[in-house]
Design a protein around this ligand. Sequence first.
Ligand code: ADP
Ligand code: AMP
Length: 211
Amino acid sequence: MIIVLLGPPGAGKGTQADKLAQRLGMPKIATGDVLRAAVRDGTKRGREAKSYMDRGDLVPDSVILGILQDVMTSPATKKGAILDGAVRTVPQAEGLGVTLAEIGKKVDKVLLFEVDDDELVKRLSTRTVCEGCQTPYMGREPGTVCEKCGGRLVRRKDDEPEAIRNRLEVYRTQTEPVIDWYGKNKMKVLRIDADGPVDEVTARALGALGK
Ligand code: ADP
Ligand code: AMP
C-alpha cells in the first residue's frame, strides 16, 4: 500500500509517519529527510537543494521526481511506503502517478493532516530534530540527546520565523492545489484533525485508513 501524507509544515506529518510506519510495518519515505542527508553529504543533489531549503522554498520538481523514482523502484518499498511531504506540487503528484504506473502501482490512500496556523507556528518555532536520524521532538532543548539513536538534537535552519512564514505561504500557493488534484483524479482525501495528543492523532489516522 502506498500512502501519501499531506499537510502544512508543522502539522505532524513526520511524527505521524513514524507512528504509522511502526504500526503498519511499512517504510517511511520523507523527501525532506532525503534532501537533508544529501546536503549533509555534500552530494550534487544536496548542493542543488540547499539554498531553496534554507529559505523555505520548494526544491525543483525535477529533483523530487528523481528521488521518488529512486525510492519507489528500490526493493525497500516493494511492499509499499508512507510518503511524508513527498508530493508538494501538482506536477509532483502527476509525476509520482506516472512513476508508479510504470511499475504497476498507484497511490492507495491520501491523508491530509489539518492544524490551524497559530499552532503550526508554535510547533515549528519550538521543534528540535535529531541531526542523525531526523526524528522530530517537542519540548526538548537543542544539544540534548535523541532517544532513538543517541544523536544530538538541533533546531532546523528553516524553523526560523522568516522561513516559517515563507513555508506556510508556499504551502497555500503550491501544495494546497494538490488536494483538489487528487479529488479530481478520483482519489478521496482523508482529512485528519491533527490537533491534540500525538497518539490520538495516530488513532484518527488509523481509523481513516480502516486499520
Ligand atoms: P511536519 O513533518 O508536518 O513538518 P513534525 O512531525 O516535524 O511536522 O512536527 C512538528 C513539531 O510539532 C515537532 O516538534 C513535533 O514534535 C510536534 N508535534 C507533532 N505532533 C504534535 C501534536 N499532535 N501535538 C503537539 N505537537 C506535535
Ligand atoms: P520537510 O522536512 O518536509 O519540512 O521539508 C524541508 C524542506 O525540504 C522543504 O521546505 C523543501 O525546501 C524541501 N522539500 C522536501 N520535500 C519536498 C518536495 N516534495 N518538494 C519540494 N521541496 C521539498
